[in-house]
Design a protein around this ligand. Structure first.
Ligand code: SF4
Length: 344
C-alpha cells in the first residue's frame, strides 16, 4: 500500500491511468476537506472507493500525547517503527504556526540543543512530515498558516524528503500554503544551501540560518558543524544566495548568558551583516532553559543591549521569545519529556 501523503499529483495521476481527474477529486477531498474516509468521498464511484482503500493508506503516526501551554500545544507522535517525534502548534496573535520535525533526532550536535543529545536515529519520509500537518489540523481544527521546519532534525540533511513535503504543502492541488509562509531552518550546511539556491521550489521558501556566534572559534564551540562549514564560508554562501524582491534571510541567534550575548559580540557580528545590508534580518532568541542544562537565559537588559547595537546600525532585529517555553517546545528543544530513550 502506498502512503498517500507522500504522493504528488503527477504520481497519483499515473495510478489512475485513464481517469486522471479521479486523482484530482481524491486530492480535493483530502487536502481541501481533510476527508480521509474513502466511503465519504461521495463523488467517487462505490467500486473505486473500495479499490482506493486497498491502494493507499493515510496514517502512520500514532498520537501518544499532547501537552498544552497558553500559547502552544506540543504533540508527541510514535512512528510505525516505534520512534518518537514531536510537532508544536504555536498560537500567534492572528494566525497559527506549526513547527514540524524532519528527522528523528539529529546528527549535527549543537551544544545548546536537546535534540542533539540523541544523535540521528533516522530521516523522516515525506508522508511523515505532511502527516504532522494533517493530524494537527484534524485534531485541533486549526489550519496553520505558517509551517516552520524547526523541530527535531536538520531539514537540509534530509533534503529530498523535505523538498517533497514542501511541494505538497505549497501546491495548489495540495495544502496550498503560501511559499512565503514556509521556513526552512538550517544549522548552516553550505553545500545544501547552494543546492537550495539552484532549486526553484526550495529557493522560494524562507531560509533561516542558525548563526549563534560572531566568530569562528565561538561558533565552533557551540556548533561542531562549523568545523567543515566555517562562519566565513557560510556568510559567503548567504551573500551569493539569490533572493526575490522584499525577501530576506533570517539569521537566528540564540542568546546564551555570558557566552555570546554581550554588546561586544553584537559589534563583532555587525560587519558580516553590513556587508550586504538589506539581505538579512536577525532573530534574537533568548535561550530557553532546560532542566539539566548548564546554559542560562540572559537577563532582559542584556538582551536589549545586544539588540540595541544591531538596531543602531539599522539591522532589522526581532527578539523572538520562544512560544511554548513551559512545555519545552522551543527551537532546538523538541525532545520528549515522555520518552526515556530520548531523554537519556
Ligand atoms: S539545533 Fe537543529 S541542527 Fe542543531 S542539533 Fe538541534 S536539531 Fe540539530
Amino acid at each position: 500500500m502506498k502512503h498517500f501523503f507522500s504522493l504528488t499529483r503527477e504520481e497519483l495521476r499515473k495510478d489512475f491511468n485513464k481517469e486522471p481527474y479521479r486523482a484530482d477529486q481524491l486530492l480535493n477531498w483530502v487536502y481541501k476537506h481533510f476527508q480521509t474516509d474513502f466511503e465519504k468521498m461521495s463523488n467517487l464511484p462505490k467500486g473505486l472507493r473500495q479499490e482506493l482503500s486497498s491502494m493507499y493508506s493515510f496514517w502512520s503516526l500514532e498520537l501518544i500525547t499532547t501537552l498544552k501551554a497558553e500559547d502552544a500545544i506540543k504533540f508527541l507522535f510514535k512512528t510505525k517503527d516505534g520512534l518518537k517525534i514531536e510537532s508544536v502548534l504555536i498560537f500567534e496573535k492572528d494566525h497559527t504556526t506549526l513547527c514540524v520535525s524532519s528527522q528523528v533526532g539529529c546528527a549535527i550536535g549543537c551544544r545548546f540543543c536537546a535534540t542533539a543529545k540523541d544523535g540521528l536515529l533516522r530521516n523522516l519520509q515525506p508522508h511523515e512530515i505532511v502527516e504532522q500537518y494533517m493530524q494537527v489540523s484534524i485534531l485541533t481544527g486549526e489550519r496553520a498558516r505558517n509551517v516552520v521546519f524547526m523541530g527535531m532534525g536538520e531539514p537540509l540533511a534530509n533534503y529530498e524528503s523535505v523538498r517533497k513535503a514542501a511541494q505538497i504543502l505549497v501546491s495548489s492541488w495540495g495544502l496550498d500554503l503560501s511559499k512565503r509562509r514556509i521556513s526552512i531552518s538550517t544549522s548552516g550546511l553550505i553545500a545544501q544551501i547552494k543546492k537550495m539556491s539552484n532549486d526553484p521550489l526550495m529557493r522560494d521558501l524562507n531560509l533561516a540560518v542558525s548563526i549563534n556566534a560572531p566568530n569562528q572559534s565561538l561558533r565552533l564551540n557551540l556548533m561542531p558543524i562549523s568545523q567543515t562549514n566555517t562562519l566565513n564560508d557560510l556568510f559567503q554562501a548567504l551573500y551569493d544566495y539569490p533572493l526575490s524582491k522584499g525577501r530576506r534571510i533570517m539569521l537566528e541567534y540564540v542568546l546564551i548568558s555570558g557566552l555570546n550575548d554581550s554588546p561586544k559580540h553584537a559589534l563583532e557580528l555587525l560587519p558580516y551583516i553590513l556587508k550586504k545590508p538589506g539581505k538579512f534580518k536577525v532573530n534574537l532568541i533568548p535561550y530557553n532553559e532546560e532542566p539539566g542544562s548548564n546554559f542560562k537565559r540572559p537577563p532582559m537588559e542584556r538582551i536589549l543591549a545586544f539588540q540595541e547595537v544591531l538596531t543602531s546600525h539599522h539591522v532589522m532585529t526581532h527578539i523572538r521569545f520562544s512560544k511554548g517555553k513551559d512545555i519545552l517546545g522551543a527551537c532546538g528543544q523538541l525532545r520528549s519529556a515522555y520518552n526515556p530513550s530520548l531523554c537519556g
